[in-house]
Every structure is written in C-alpha cells, then in structure tokens.
Design a protein around this ligand. Sequence first.
Ligand code: SF4
Ligand code: SF4
Length: 419
Amino acid sequence: MAKLKNLEDYREEIEQCVKCGACRAHCPVFGAEKREGRVARGKIALTHSVLEGEIGLEDKVLEDLSQCLLCGSCCTGCPNNVHTEDIVAAARRRIAEEKGLSTFGKGVAAVLGRPKLMNMLAKSGGTLSSLLFKKLPENSGLRLRFPAPYLETDRTLPPLTAKPFRERVPEIIPGDPQQPTVLFFTGCGINYMYPAIGEAFLKALKFLGVTVIIPKDQACCGLPAVSAGATKPVEKLAEQNLSALSHHQADHIVTACASCNAGLSSIYAEMGDEFDELSAKTMDIFVFLANHGLPEKLAALPKTEKRIRVTYHDPCHLRSKGITKEPRQILKALPQVEYIEMSDAGTCCGFGGTYSVYHPENSKRIGAKKAANITDSGAELVATDCPGCIMQLQDSINHAEGNQRSVHILELLSDALPD
Ligand code: SF4
Ligand code: SF4
C-alpha cells in the first residue's frame, strides 16, 4: 500500500535546520517578498512549532506555508541538506487533514484522481477551444475569452487537445531488438496539451532504434495534488501507475517532464518498498539520449547555415537532482542551434504547480525576472524539459511583451532529425 510520509516523519530533518539563513539567497519567494516567513528557515521554524504544539494552524501559518513553490532551490545552499519542499508538502497534508482541502485543492484532487473524468474534461476543452479561448499573436498561446474560477484572463494557456496523445499512438512501437526497450510515462501536460512533444519523443527514440511502450492505463503522477496538500488521491495514483508500469518488461521508464520525473523517482520512492524498482528505473529523456550516444550522432550532422539562438531554463525538478548537463549537451549538439547560456538559468520560473493559482502576483513577479534574463541573453527561443515551465515561461514572456517562444528541447531535436 502506497503511503506518503507525514509531518512527524520529518521531525529529525526539521531539527537539522541550524537557522544559518543560507537559504535566503536561493529562495525565489523570499527574493520577491523579503519576508522571513517566506524563506525556508521561517517555514521550518513554523513546522517545528506546529509539531511541538506551540502554535496551531492559524491563518498566518497557512498563508506562510502556502507561499512555497516546492522548488527545492533552498536545499542547494543548505549546509545540512534540509529538503524544505518535502517538509512543506507534508505540512500541507497535515493542514488538509485538520482543516480539509481548499476548494481548488478539492477540484485538483477530484479531477486528477479520476483519469476518465480528466480525459473527458480535457477532450471537451479541446473541442470547445475556439469558443473558450482567443489566440495570441505569433501563435504564442491562448487566453480565456471569459473570466473563470482560479484562472486569470491574462494568463497564457496552451491549447487543450481534442485527441489526447496516448489515444493517437499504438501502445507498443517496436524498434531494433538489439536496442533497449523503454516505457514512456507521458504525464498530463504532454497527453492533453503538448502532444507534439510526445511525437518528438517517439521520433528521437525511433532514430536510435529503441522500442517504446506507452502504457494506456497510466495516470497523472499526482504531483499537482501533492502541491495542493492531498494524500489519498496521490497514493491512489501511485498505485495505479505502479500497476500500469509493472505490466510491461522494460529497461527504463523515461519521462519528458521534469515534474513527472520527480513524482516517479523521488515522491514514489518514499511511499513504500514496492516502488523501489519503478523509482530506480525512472530516467529523464535527455539522460537516456546522452547515455545512448545521441550527442555524438548529432555532432556528425552538418551545421545549418542559419542558426537559431537558443537558451535553456533548468526545471527545478531536474536541477535539484543534478540533471543540468545532459539537456545542454543535446541542445549544443543540434545543427540548427546556436546555444547561449542565460543568467540564473537554474532559478525557478515561478510556476510551482498550484502556487501560480494561489499566488498569481508573486508567480508573475518571479516569472518577470526570468523573462528579463531571456531577453538579456539575446535568445530567440528558450528551451526546457517540462510542460509546466513551458507554459509559465511563455506567459512571463508575453507579459513582458517579448517576442521569444518557449519550447521543449525535443521539439528542436525533432526538427533536426530525418523523417
Ligand atoms: S522550496 Fe523553493 S519556494 Fe519553498 S522555501 Fe525552498 S526555495 Fe523557497
Ligand atoms: S540553509 Fe538549511 S540549515 Fe540554513 S536556515 Fe536554511 S534550511 Fe536551515
């Protein structure tokens, strides 16, 4: 039985915080607000007081604990490797147990926890797209035509697809028997909003002769529900994915979404021994491609005459695992790309799952810094490895009235590969 850790399970880690304040330099929310309650040290002190019964779950405590992107940036500079993001997520579960989920949290948990309902809603959204959304110039996304609960009308959204990715492709795509077999965990972003990334994934693995299995009964990884403070729906989704992914024999479970990667390899890893194999087999697509010789194959392709200036944004869920080299390695090897490193590429984009819904102003403020760094780099495109970041980056660029586009690295890779 999948079981998420509770706040008490983190007591020892909470007590490892020595209040040095090194996390202040790394926390994007503290950077935006400069308030002690917003930085890791302050949140950890709050959770300790809650555990000790010194304070209750008053509104001020709830507000401070909701002001966290769960980005893990604070851990980077922490001398004691305190994972504030896990501690805050456990504190949110405690809040939900005592006070119930917020209305939005209930909606997130209800929809993600029922894959059939989610499928139906996404397809309806895709079919009614032109009625619900208006197109932005230069194909840079959509905006709602009418106000809707929890969604600002000036928020850039990607189109929903009327035919989800997993319904477009066969479950098994055979490759060269000498090459590995991988399970593709698509995640909701690719399945419902960015099917072109899924197509690009398949093209890249076909180029290497890899057999790909796309289990039809996989579900959301559950990360948005973790961010909302849900417990049972996350545990249920983990069990469903374990069953869906264990049905097939494969060498690796490959993701093209940093958040799904964190869900499967980090969150599930803490939910019980039965997840050990699944978590250990989970691999990011660019780690897989780099390990299987793609950069060398790309380097052999002739460089195009005109090249596109591209920079890279590190998704928090890859950066915190030390996956920073491989995505850049692939980008730099693309024949049509002139790679430019931007300032603070590893700083959070401000999305943070439900954070951007609960705290849109702070989310925009954090995103504005990223948009300025993209502009200063002189890049025409910002490439990344996470659908959530793609959405937030494009929104931040549009608010800054920039003309850059945000894309997945796989889309650029697909353009470089033969059909
Ligand atoms: S996880 Fe991110 S937002 Fe939360 S305290 Fe750490 S750095 Fe700040
Ligand atoms: S850097 Fe780590 S030990 Fe220091 S205050 Fe922040 S969380 Fe605590």
